[in-house]
Design a protein around this ligand. Structure first.
Ligand code: SF4
Ligand code: SF4
Length: 259
Protein backbone atom coordinates (compact mmCIF):
# COMPACT_ATOMS: atom_id res chain seq x y z
CA UNK A 1 0.00 0.00 0.00
CA UNK A 2 1.50 3.34 -1.05
CA UNK A 3 2.78 5.40 1.85
CA UNK A 4 2.39 2.65 4.52
CA UNK A 5 5.43 2.60 6.79
CA UNK A 6 7.21 -0.75 7.00
CA UNK A 7 8.02 -2.00 10.53
CA UNK A 8 11.65 -1.37 11.40
CA UNK A 9 13.79 -4.40 12.27
CA UNK A 10 17.08 -4.22 14.19
CA UNK A 11 19.53 -7.05 14.86
CA UNK A 12 21.97 -6.66 17.78
CA UNK A 13 25.01 -8.68 18.79
CA UNK A 14 26.39 -9.23 22.29
CA UNK A 15 28.82 -12.02 23.38
CA UNK A 16 28.27 -14.72 20.77
CA UNK A 17 29.69 -16.41 17.68
CA UNK A 18 27.31 -14.72 15.14
CA UNK A 19 25.82 -18.11 14.15
CA UNK A 20 22.24 -17.11 14.97
CA UNK A 21 22.52 -13.89 12.95
CA UNK A 22 23.84 -16.02 10.10
CA UNK A 23 20.67 -18.14 10.39
CA UNK A 24 18.73 -15.04 9.38
CA UNK A 25 20.99 -14.48 6.35
CA UNK A 26 20.72 -18.21 5.61
CA UNK A 27 16.96 -17.82 5.10
CA UNK A 28 17.72 -16.99 1.42
CA UNK A 29 14.30 -17.14 -0.31
CA UNK A 30 12.44 -16.22 2.85
CA UNK A 31 14.83 -13.31 3.46
CA UNK A 32 13.61 -11.58 0.30
CA UNK A 33 10.05 -11.79 1.60
CA UNK A 34 11.20 -10.54 5.02
CA UNK A 35 13.05 -7.66 3.38
CA UNK A 36 9.85 -6.84 1.50
CA UNK A 37 7.76 -6.79 4.65
CA UNK A 38 10.11 -4.94 7.02
CA UNK A 39 12.73 -2.25 6.81
CA UNK A 40 15.98 -3.86 7.91
CA UNK A 41 17.05 -0.71 9.70
CA UNK A 42 20.01 -1.88 11.77
CA UNK A 43 21.92 -5.08 11.01
CA UNK A 44 25.71 -4.43 11.00
CA UNK A 45 26.44 -8.09 10.17
CA UNK A 46 24.63 -7.63 6.85
CA UNK A 47 24.90 -3.96 5.89
CA UNK A 48 26.71 -0.74 6.69
CA UNK A 49 23.48 1.22 6.02
CA UNK A 50 21.96 1.87 9.45
CA UNK A 51 18.87 3.88 10.38
CA UNK A 52 18.26 5.31 13.80
CA UNK A 53 15.59 3.91 16.12
CA UNK A 54 13.11 3.50 17.57
CA UNK A 55 12.65 0.01 16.12
CA UNK A 56 9.47 -2.06 16.01
CA UNK A 57 11.28 -5.36 16.54
CA UNK A 58 14.77 -6.02 17.85
CA UNK A 59 16.40 -9.44 17.58
CA UNK A 60 19.17 -9.83 20.16
CA UNK A 61 21.95 -12.42 19.87
CA UNK A 62 24.51 -13.03 22.60
CA UNK A 63 24.89 -12.83 26.36
CA UNK A 64 25.94 -10.14 28.82
CA UNK A 65 29.60 -10.56 29.79
CA UNK A 66 30.95 -7.01 30.25
CA UNK A 67 29.94 -3.79 32.01
CA UNK A 68 29.55 -2.20 28.58
CA UNK A 69 27.14 -4.98 27.51
CA UNK A 70 25.08 -4.40 30.65
CA UNK A 71 24.69 -0.71 29.81
CA UNK A 72 24.12 -1.24 26.07
CA UNK A 73 21.26 -3.73 26.52
CA UNK A 74 19.36 -1.08 28.51
CA UNK A 75 19.72 1.31 25.54
CA UNK A 76 18.59 -1.42 23.12
CA UNK A 77 15.49 -2.08 25.24
CA UNK A 78 14.66 1.66 25.31
CA UNK A 79 14.64 1.93 21.50
CA UNK A 80 12.77 -1.37 20.89
CA UNK A 81 9.00 -1.77 20.88
CA UNK A 82 9.39 -5.57 20.94
CA UNK A 83 12.57 -7.43 21.89
CA UNK A 84 13.16 -11.08 20.98
CA UNK A 85 16.27 -12.99 22.09
CA UNK A 86 17.69 -15.55 19.66
CA UNK A 87 19.91 -18.51 20.49
CA UNK A 88 21.49 -20.23 23.48
CA UNK A 89 23.80 -17.31 24.36
CA UNK A 90 20.97 -14.78 24.57
CA UNK A 91 18.48 -17.13 26.25
CA UNK A 92 20.81 -19.11 28.56
CA UNK A 93 24.24 -17.42 28.70
CA UNK A 94 25.84 -19.64 26.04
CA UNK A 95 29.00 -21.74 26.28
CA UNK A 96 30.71 -18.70 27.82
CA UNK A 97 28.49 -19.18 30.91
CA UNK A 98 30.86 -22.00 31.91
CA UNK A 99 32.76 -19.17 33.59
CA UNK A 100 29.89 -18.95 36.09
CA UNK A 101 31.08 -22.20 37.68
CA UNK A 102 34.67 -21.10 38.14
CA UNK A 103 36.82 -18.11 39.08
CA UNK A 104 37.03 -15.96 35.94
CA UNK A 105 40.11 -14.11 37.26
CA UNK A 106 41.99 -17.40 37.19
CA UNK A 107 41.14 -17.88 33.47
CA UNK A 108 42.19 -14.33 32.66
CA UNK A 109 45.56 -14.79 34.35
CA UNK A 110 46.20 -17.94 32.30
CA UNK A 111 44.91 -16.77 28.89
CA UNK A 112 46.04 -13.15 28.58
CA UNK A 113 49.61 -11.86 28.59
CA UNK A 114 48.43 -8.63 30.26
CA UNK A 115 45.45 -9.53 32.48
CA UNK A 116 45.33 -5.96 33.80
CA UNK A 117 43.89 -4.82 30.44
CA UNK A 118 40.88 -7.15 30.73
CA UNK A 119 37.71 -5.68 32.21
CA UNK A 120 34.96 -8.28 32.30
CA UNK A 121 32.10 -9.44 34.47
CA UNK A 122 32.57 -12.63 36.48
CA UNK A 123 29.44 -14.10 34.82
CA UNK A 124 27.79 -14.57 31.44
CA UNK A 125 24.03 -14.09 31.78
CA UNK A 126 21.01 -14.23 29.48
CA UNK A 127 19.39 -11.03 28.24
CA UNK A 128 16.22 -11.70 30.27
CA UNK A 129 18.27 -11.29 33.47
CA UNK A 130 18.75 -7.63 32.51
CA UNK A 131 15.69 -6.36 30.58
CA UNK A 132 12.14 -7.40 29.74
CA UNK A 133 12.13 -9.88 26.84
CA UNK A 134 8.99 -10.38 24.74
CA UNK A 135 9.92 -13.81 23.36
CA UNK A 136 12.86 -16.23 23.58
CA UNK A 137 13.83 -18.34 20.56
CA UNK A 138 16.09 -21.21 21.56
CA UNK A 139 18.80 -23.19 19.79
CA UNK A 140 22.53 -23.26 19.08
CA UNK A 141 22.05 -22.10 16.47
CA UNK A 142 18.37 -21.28 16.10
CA UNK A 143 16.17 -23.03 13.54
CA UNK A 144 15.76 -20.59 10.63
CA UNK A 145 12.17 -21.64 9.95
CA UNK A 146 11.30 -20.90 13.58
CA UNK A 147 12.93 -17.51 13.12
CA UNK A 148 10.73 -16.80 10.10
CA UNK A 149 7.72 -17.83 12.22
CA UNK A 150 8.78 -15.36 14.94
CA UNK A 151 9.15 -12.54 12.41
CA UNK A 152 5.78 -13.37 10.81
CA UNK A 153 4.08 -13.51 14.19
CA UNK A 154 5.36 -10.12 15.29
CA UNK A 155 4.38 -8.58 11.94
CA UNK A 156 0.88 -10.05 12.35
CA UNK A 157 0.61 -8.99 15.99
CA UNK A 158 0.29 -12.53 17.36
CA UNK A 159 2.41 -14.75 19.60
CA UNK A 160 4.86 -17.05 17.75
CA UNK A 161 3.91 -20.72 17.58
CA UNK A 162 6.97 -22.79 18.41
CA UNK A 163 6.65 -26.16 20.20
CA UNK A 164 7.79 -26.27 23.83
CA UNK A 165 7.79 -30.08 24.03
CA UNK A 166 10.88 -32.31 24.06
CA UNK A 167 13.14 -33.69 21.34
CA UNK A 168 11.66 -37.12 22.17
CA UNK A 169 8.37 -36.03 20.57
CA UNK A 170 10.24 -35.04 17.42
CA UNK A 171 11.95 -38.44 17.48
CA UNK A 172 8.59 -40.21 17.66
CA UNK A 173 7.16 -38.05 14.85
CA UNK A 174 10.11 -39.10 12.65
CA UNK A 175 9.79 -42.77 13.57
CA UNK A 176 13.32 -42.91 15.02
CA UNK A 177 14.42 -45.86 17.11
CA UNK A 178 15.31 -44.47 20.56
CA UNK A 179 19.10 -44.63 20.97
CA UNK A 180 18.83 -44.69 24.75
CA UNK A 181 16.26 -47.48 24.99
CA UNK A 182 17.63 -49.60 22.14
CA UNK A 183 21.38 -49.08 22.59
CA UNK A 184 21.91 -47.54 26.05
CA UNK A 185 23.36 -44.39 24.46
CA UNK A 186 23.19 -41.35 26.74
CA UNK A 187 20.69 -38.80 25.40
CA UNK A 188 19.21 -35.69 27.01
CA UNK A 189 16.44 -35.40 24.41
CA UNK A 190 13.80 -36.11 27.11
CA UNK A 191 14.50 -32.72 28.74
CA UNK A 192 15.56 -30.74 25.66
CA UNK A 193 13.40 -28.21 23.84
CA UNK A 194 12.22 -29.26 20.36
CA UNK A 195 13.28 -27.34 17.29
CA UNK A 196 15.97 -29.35 15.49
CA UNK A 197 13.76 -32.18 14.22
CA UNK A 198 15.64 -34.71 16.41
CA UNK A 199 18.74 -34.26 14.28
CA UNK A 200 21.25 -36.24 16.36
CA UNK A 201 19.07 -39.29 17.19
CA UNK A 202 18.23 -39.45 13.47
CA UNK A 203 21.94 -40.25 12.99
CA UNK A 204 21.99 -42.70 15.92
CA UNK A 205 23.62 -40.26 18.34
CA UNK A 206 22.37 -38.98 21.67
CA UNK A 207 21.11 -35.41 21.99
CA UNK A 208 23.38 -33.08 23.98
CA UNK A 209 20.83 -30.37 24.57
CA UNK A 210 21.68 -27.50 22.24
CA UNK A 211 18.07 -26.21 22.27
CA UNK A 212 18.07 -25.88 26.07
CA UNK A 213 15.44 -27.06 28.52
CA UNK A 214 11.95 -27.93 27.36
CA UNK A 215 8.88 -26.74 29.23
CA UNK A 216 8.54 -28.59 32.59
CA UNK A 217 11.59 -30.87 32.25
CA UNK A 218 12.64 -33.51 34.83
CA UNK A 219 16.44 -33.46 34.55
CA UNK A 220 16.89 -35.14 37.94
CA UNK A 221 15.18 -38.36 36.77
CA UNK A 222 17.19 -38.27 33.54
CA UNK A 223 20.46 -37.67 35.41
CA UNK A 224 19.77 -40.75 37.51
CA UNK A 225 18.93 -42.76 34.39
CA UNK A 226 22.20 -41.72 32.72
CA UNK A 227 24.14 -42.81 35.81
CA UNK A 228 22.26 -46.14 35.80
CA UNK A 229 23.34 -46.61 32.17
CA UNK A 230 26.93 -46.38 33.35
CA UNK A 231 27.73 -42.75 32.45
CA UNK A 232 30.34 -41.40 34.92
CA UNK A 233 29.23 -38.46 37.11
CA UNK A 234 31.73 -36.19 35.38
CA UNK A 235 30.16 -36.93 31.97
CA UNK A 236 26.62 -36.44 33.27
CA UNK A 237 27.74 -33.05 34.57
CA UNK A 238 29.28 -32.19 31.21
CA UNK A 239 26.20 -33.15 29.20
CA UNK A 240 24.09 -30.71 31.23
CA UNK A 241 26.83 -28.09 31.39
CA UNK A 242 27.40 -26.97 27.82
CA UNK A 243 25.68 -24.36 25.58
CA UNK A 244 22.78 -23.91 28.00
CA UNK A 245 24.70 -24.38 31.27
CA UNK A 246 23.12 -21.33 32.91
CA UNK A 247 19.52 -22.39 32.14
CA UNK A 248 18.12 -23.18 35.58
CA UNK A 249 17.03 -26.87 35.19
CA UNK A 250 20.34 -27.81 33.56
CA UNK A 251 22.41 -25.73 36.03
CA UNK A 252 20.88 -27.41 39.05
CA UNK A 253 21.22 -30.91 37.62
CA UNK A 254 24.85 -30.37 36.59
CA UNK A 255 25.59 -29.28 40.17
CA UNK A 256 24.29 -32.60 41.50
CA UNK A 257 27.06 -34.47 39.66
CA UNK A 258 30.12 -32.70 40.99
CA UNK A 259 32.84 -35.30 40.61
S1 SF4 B 1 16.73 -41.00 21.11
FE1 SF4 B 1 16.78 -39.40 22.71
S2 SF4 B 1 15.41 -37.81 21.95
FE2 SF4 B 1 14.94 -39.68 20.77
S3 SF4 B 1 13.29 -40.70 21.91
FE3 SF4 B 1 15.22 -41.56 22.65
S4 SF4 B 1 15.70 -40.34 24.47
FE4 SF4 B 1 14.20 -39.15 23.28
S1 SF4 C 1 22.07 -31.84 20.28
FE1 SF4 C 1 19.89 -32.31 20.57
S2 SF4 C 1 18.87 -30.35 20.23
FE2 SF4 C 1 20.93 -30.19 19.34
S3 SF4 C 1 20.72 -30.79 17.16
FE3 SF4 C 1 21.28 -32.64 18.30
S4 SF4 C 1 19.30 -33.59 18.80
FE4 SF4 C 1 18.88 -31.48 18.27
Amino acid sequence: MAGARKPKLAVWKFASCDGCQLSLLDCEDELLAVAGAVEIAYFPEASRAMSKGPYDLSLVEGSITTHHDAERIQQVRRVSKHLVTIGACATAGGIQALRNFRNVKEFISIVYANPAYIDTLSTSTPIADHVKVDFELRGCPINKLQLVEVLSAFLAGRRPVTPAHSVCIECKLKGNVCVMVAHGTGCIGPVTHAGCGALCPSYHRGCYGCFGPMETPNPRALGERLRALGMPARDVQRVFRNFNAQAEPFRTESGRHDA
